[in-house]
Ligand binder design. Structure first.
Ligand code: GRF
Length: 198
């Protein structure tokens, strides 16, 4: 079995990046995959620090530094090509993935979303906006979804989902913490699932 080469895209804290890296070192992805590249669009992302600590090549590619979208995406594509990337994992990456990248990596780009899709997905539904909407609507359950990334927001094939219970007095912050814990558990398992079908 050839170890699959993962690139993680992250804009923020990178706790999902960490859980994927940990699972390649001593969890379900051990011997199956390795995170070899981290791409961020935010120079201050803690995800970049985490990558450095783990000795993973990390680069910040900010769209504002490029004359147009094509140049920006070509730099990303070059990096993916040069690093022989097999699988892309979006982990709190806030920019929409370009169609050219999706076409090239069709079925091999995953995202984790902090709700039970198709509920509470779509444009503008990210981070705490999701949990606030969930609590406001009086849901008794929420959860996390790992899905394939296609050209639209949060519509690709669902690979794995797991639920959490919402209690009467839970705030969006409480829900967020519970869901994040679930994300860390299901993301590596979902990656394993798609590796088996590659
Ligand atoms: C997670 O809640 C994920 O569902 C969403 O962004 C958050 C990223 O958290 N897409 P982290 O950067 O992995 O800690």
């Amino acid at each position: 079995m050839i170890v699959k080469r993962i690139c993680v895209f992250a804009s923020g804290n990178g706790s999902n990046l960490q859980s994927i890296v940990n699972s390649t070192n001593r969890g379900v992805l051990k011997g199956l995959a390795s995170v070899v590249l981290v791409i961020s669009d935010n120079n201050n992302a803690y995800a970049l620090e985490r990558a450095k600590k783990e000795n993973i090549r990390s680069i910040c590619i900010e769209d504002k530094k490029f004359e147009n979208d094509k140049f920006f995406n070509d730099v990303i594509l070059d990096e993916l090509y040069n690093m022989s990337i097999d699988i892309i994992c979006l982990a709190g990456y806030l920019k929409l993935i370009n169609k050219k990248i999706i076409k090239k990596y069709r079925g091999r780009i995953l995202n984790v979303h902090p709700s039970l899709l198709p509920k509470f997905g779509g444009k503008g539904m990210y981070g705490n906006y999701v949990h606030e909407a969930v609590v406001k609507s009086g849901e008794h359950i929420s959860g996390a979804t790992v899905h394939i990334v296609d050209e639209n927001y949060d519509t690709g094939e669902i690979i794995l989902q797991k639920k959490i219970k919402i209690f009467k007095n839970d705030t969006s912050n409480d829900v967020s913490k519970k869901v994040l814990g679930i994300e860390h558990r299901i993301y590596p398992k979902a990656i394993k699932k798609i590796i088996k079908n590659l």
